[in-house]
Design a protein. Structure first.
Length: 432
């Protein structure tokens, strides 16, 4: 048994006979005709079953179909002006595969906690399917972007012995007799990989024990991390800008229906691909925040609210470069002209979404890097393998990480990252 025809294909199959398999969203009707709102995972379509067109038994069982019952539908594809996909199905046979009783998610309004507890069922809704589809297209755009520009996918490990992004957000785990951590970032491994393959990227889950219940933080999220040998900060910014535009372009091209389901205004997204991104220094960003009346001081790190103020000034994503050395990880390259700042960059998404990308040029000098490790209380001995990259053929190199969930939240226009993946992990949510 292999289902070959899906709702996605039927707009091109007018007048043909098809067999579909899926689930019932809703049934309404009269004594003469029933209308089934039907979905199969690739789309939604109305199935019309007239008393003349199906058997007496079928007509009776259709009238008693319940929400989320599983059914097979045989019928003819007919053109329909009222249908969002331009067609509906005129049924001649319905087989009930499984009759559902008391589906817990009804068309009435439910609270977020109620829905999150039933996430395994909630993902069947039209809105959640639109988000999952857009996420899929974002992931595909990312893979194509790197695969088409000479990158080699190099998978980074999840079990790690070193921290990358600060000890305060590490998830510790036992690794036989040793202590290990779940990876916060594949970057250190990609730095090694780029000196092997030139242009490397990893793409997978990363973990942060950030016990902050904000609309931007997950404890497990997907990140794509390119790293390129012989690339400086300017090259890094160019690579990142190209990626963000490739993602937005693909979603605009392929997800029109989904964006409509989400009632996403696409004008701000269209602006993203119409020109290059504004670039401002950290110091200029501080000025913007201070001008808004905030007591923010040079040297502070941006919080979500600060990023909202900065990104609110621009129509396209804004690149902010040159953050204070003091607030950044050990691996960042100090600006040779002003060692108080590093050669890093963040990209902040517009419409108040804030940081979606963090990255920059890495320190390539062994001595400077060892001193930075010590200054941050990290023992160079533990990073011995990583320091080898600077011992043998060290070159300028740079990279960045783009968070998938933050990108999905922005592109879909969602108020919170909890709906950006099927089974999100948040400080207070490990189930389902
Ligand atoms: O800025 P971050 O911490 O940078 C790094 O991890 C670098 N090592 C990446 C690199 O240069 N290879 O994280 C990068 C991105 C952020 O911009 C954000 O999109 C996402 O990862 N991110 C999170 N997304 C959801 N929940 C969290 N708790 C996140 N923390 C970071
Ligand atoms: Mg960051």
């Amino acid at each position: 048994m292999l289902q070959k025809i899906y709702i996605r294909h039927i707009p091109q199959m007018i007048d043909q006979h098809v067999e579909l398999a899926g689930w019932v969203c809703r049934v309404r009707g009269s004594g003469k005709v029933s209308f089934i709102q039907f979905r199969d995972g690739t789309g939604f379509v109305q199935v019309v079953a007239g008393i003349q067109d199906v058997s007496v038994e079928d007509f009776e069982s259709i009238r008693h179909l319940t929400q989320e019952s599983a059914i097979r539908v045989s019928g003819k594809v007919i053109a329909s002006e009222h249908s969002p996909i331009g067609v509906e199905i005129l049924a001649n046979h319905i087989e009930v595969v499984h009759k559902t009783e008391d589906y817990p998610i009804t068309p009435k309004e439910h609270g977020t906690d109620f829905l999150m507890d039933r996430r395994h069922l909630w993902i069947r809704s039209a809105r959640q399917q639109a988000i999952l589809t857009i996420r899929h297209q974002i992931v595909t755009a990312i893979r194509h972007y790197f695969d088409d520009s000479d990158f080699t996918l190099v998978d980074a490990p999840i079990f790690t012995a070193n921290e990358c992004e600060g000890s305060s957000t590490l998830f510790a785990t036992k690794y036989f007799e040793e202590n290990a951590y779940l990876s916060q970032s594949g970057q250190l491994y990609m730095e090694a990989a780029c000196e092997a393959v030139g242009r490397a990227y990893c793409f997978g889950p990363t973990f942060r024990a950030e016990n902050s219940n904000t609309r931007r933080h997950l404890t497990e999220f997907w990140m794509v991390e390119p790293e390129v040998a012989y690339m400086d900060l300017d090259g890094d910014i160019e690579l990142a800008e190209g990626l963000v535009q490739a993602i937005v372009r693909r979603v605009l091209e392929r997800c029109k229906n989904e964006l409509q389901t989400l009632e996403r205004d696409t004008k701000p997204l269209e602006a993203v691909i119409k020109g290059s991104f504004p670039k401002i220094s950290y110091t200029e960003a501080v000025q913007i925040i201070q001008d808004s009346g905030s007591p923010f001081k040079w040297g502070d790190d941006f919080g979500g609210a600060d990023e909202t103020i900065i990104s609110g000034k621009f129509e396209r994503p804004v690149v902010v470069y040159g953050y204070p050395t003091e607030i950044k990880p050990f691996y960042m390259k100090k600006d040779p002209e002003n060692p108080k700042v590093v050669r890093n960059m963040d990209i902040l998404a517009p419409e108040g979404y804030g940081e979606i990308i963090g990255g920059g040029q890495r320190e390539e000098s062994l001595d400077v890097l060892e001193a930075s490790l010590r200054a941050q209380g990290l023992a160079p001995a533990i990073y011995s393998w990583y320091l080898d990259i600077r011992r043998y053929g060290s070159v300028p190199h740079a990279g960045f990480g783009l968070g998938v969930e933050r990108s999905v939240a922005w592109i879909c226009g969602l108020p919170h990252v909890r709906e950006t993946g099927a089974f999100p992990r948040l400080p207070n949510r490990l189930r389902p």
